[in-house]
Design a protein around this ligand. Structure first.
Ligand code: SF4
Length: 348
């Protein structure tokens, strides 16, 4: 089916009027500060509004300006992000604040770390009124249905010609919000849709069939041995390297069990390889199942006792012996929270 930009142009006034009538009152919608809008857009990537709200409010209280974010340590930034997931976003925000070059246009925003087409278009249109369209999953789905695209997704830049000169930010937010609240992936609420009269998929009764969904992939699962190693009232924690998954966060040492190994044997080997110490594995502490976007893990957690050697960072950014009471001050991946809960009541 033809990608007819005039259909979208005809939809613009309906979309913007609908958005202004029904938009939720969210703190970043009251903000005119590009920094605050940028923070909200990054937090909202892959994350629900209800989850983002308390994080956004805390963040803006603690880092009200780009300078205050640049001056903070990465540890503190990660701690503020703890639990939001996709931690590269927090590292990139911090890095971008340090490289800040007063961006205005979408092209300038794209030069900052972690800022892709979507974020650049959102901030430039909302904060500076640039006529550039956002293109996220919600927008792609709405457009696939509006145009009845049976193959090929909408590309960044393809919708720019329909962006109105007045309030391009409202247009972008309207299209995204329509995708979130009305034109949902399953069972779109076409009866409530402000652009239903223009929608080709609806006219053909194909709103549920478009866009075509790829079959769900099975995610791999890994069993991980994890050791809480005690020495004189403290436990050993290691910081993940800055680059890569969960970079900069703290965790208890451990790793994948190799073929033929017991979890206890895996732990003894991992402690030697990762932090250079010998441990004695004592007892199981807790088992934690956690799912990431592309794989799932089960953490088999054991208490251990330090036997010999000085702990050092062989495969991590750093290691520390920390009092149990101090553990919550560090930034942890979500899966480790259950371990902390098990340790807390023991008070040792
Ligand atoms: S009419 Fe239905 S399918 Fe078409 S855009 Fe609206 S909600 Fe989506």
């Amino acid at each position: 089916m033809k990608r007819d930009i005039d259909i979208l142009r005809a939809a613009v006034p309906k979309l913007v009027a609908w958005f202004r009538r029904t938009a939720r009152d969210l703190p970043w919608r009251r903000a005119r500060d590009p920094y605050a809008i940028w923070i909200s857009e990054v937090m909202l990537q892959q994350t629900q509004v209800a989850t983002v709200l308390p994080y956004y409010k805390r963040w803006i209280r603690r880092f009200p300006t780009v300078d205050s974010l640049a001056a903070a340590s990465l540890d503190e930034v990660l701690k503020m992000w703890e639990g939001l997931g996709y931690y590269a976003r927090a590292r990139h925000l911090h890095q971008a604040a340090r490289e800040w070059n007063q961006p205005r246009t979408a092209a300038q925003w794209r030069t900052l770390p972690g800022v892709g087409d979507y974020t650049a278009a959102a901030v430039a249109s909302i904060a500076y009124g640039e006529r550039v369209a956002v293109c996220d999953g919600n927008v792609r789905r709405v457009m696939a249905r509006l145009w009845k695209l049976e193959e090929g997704a909408v590309r960044p830049g393809e919708l720019d010609a329909a962006v109105p000169a007045r309030a391009p930010g409202d247009f972008n937010q309207a299209l995204m919000e329509l995708g979130q609240r009305v034109c949902a992936p399953r069972r779109p609420k076409c009866g409530e849709c402000p652009i239903a009269s223009l929608c080709r998929a609806r006219a053909a009764g194909m709103q549920e069939a478009i866009p075509c969904r790829a079959p769900a992939k099975r995610v791999p699962h890994y069993d991980i041995a994890v050791g809480v190693c005690r020495k004189g009232g403290r436990v050993l924690v290691a910081q993940r390297r800055a680059e890569g998954l969960l970079g900069g966060l703290w965790e208890f040492p451990g790793g994948k069990r190799e073929k033929g190994e017991t979890f206890e044997q895996a732990l003894v080997r991992e402690f030697r390889e990762e932090v250079g110490i010998d441990v004695e594995v004592e007892a199981p502490l807790v088992k934690v199942a956690h799912r990431y976007s592309h794989f799932a893990v089960t953490l088999h957690v054991f208490t251990c006792r330090h036997r010999a050697g000085r702990a050092r960072a062989l495969e991590n950014a750093g290691v520390r012996w920390v009092a149990i009471g101090e553990l919550p001050t560090l930034a942890w991946p979500a899966a480790n929270k259950r371990i902390l809960e098990r340790l807390a009541p023991r008070g040792r």
